[in-house]
Design a binder for this molecule. Sequence first.
Ligand code: KG4
Ligand code: ZN
Length: 351
Amino acid sequence: MTILAIESTCDETGAAVGWTSSAAMAALADRGIEILSDVKASSAEIHAKYGGVIPEIAAREQVAAVIPVVAEALESAKLTEKEIEAVAVSEGPGLIGSLLIGVETAKAVAYAWRKPLIRVNHLAAHVFANWIVDDETKVVPELPAVALIVSGGHTDIMLMRSLTDWEWIGGTRDDAAGEAFDKAARAMDFPYPGGPLIAKAAEIDEAVPDFLKLPRPMIAEPGLEMSFSGLKTALVQKMAEQKEKLIADHKFVHLLAKEFNQAVADVLVKKTIVAVESHRPKSLILAGGVAANKMLREGLAIKAKEAKVNFFVPELRYCTDNAAMIAACALMRPEYIDPLRLRPDPGLEVR
Ligand code: KG4
Ligand code: ZN
């Protein structure tokens, strides 16, 4: 099946064409899916001026980008509407104005081309990015799996018994991991989007001195609950306390970024491994924008090896928002809906 997928949950407009053989679909797509084209436009540069996403601006940029991006996705896949067999779109969670543009576009396209429409949960799609097979050596996760989803708005640990039977088993009780990175970056005066900039600053090859150490909230408590809002407060307090040193030598700013990144990664890795130990899955999956974080990817890979579980994380370009993962989710787990009935759902939970 060949599918056109649209993603418009936040400040990125994406369109992709994905494909999987019907044999693979019959075998629960255990060979994964191929991406024929993957196109993205982003309004992040505009938001950088304001230090965060302005929903109204994001929505207006979605309007301008969506048709050109869809057209380019078809063109670079060298396909026309005739070869497209279904249309898929992210229905949520996300910003309502941004979501509306992608959803209404997908509905109109499906209706006009007389193709079936598939609704996609954006968070589940992050997980399905792990089923994108770009070269023949790539293997896809076996189920059951434990999945850690870390994005700008969500931090969830899921138990995936099958492609459709998912259970939420843990996550944050306050800020999401990505939100923690973005807020910390703001406190440290890094421009938006802050997460990748903290990660970059954290690449300093020197040990963090004791006077810059931060707590690892809830790390020793039983259960799979996490909390990141206190960590941001601890960072702000540390910055006030060590102000002179941070101003005197910029190296200390990098070391504090490293300590913050390590604290978030330590908590995420610890809780995820506790989940692996109690559920003994065949695979451990990392997904979402924060899955691009090197310390987290590497830290979880090491602990997964020790726990003897196969570890999967998408290639960097499929970690942050993209339409290829929407195509993957739609092909792996198609949920058809009448185009006239689909409505965006900003508060959708992962399922
Ligand atoms: O999944 P995503 O692209 O969008 C949402 O669905 O939210 O995630 C975006 C989040 C942002 O908070 C961003 O700062 C964070 O992912 N992020 C990172 C890195 N790259 C993106 N956080 C830490 N390290 C990175 N390398
Ligand atoms: Zn996302």
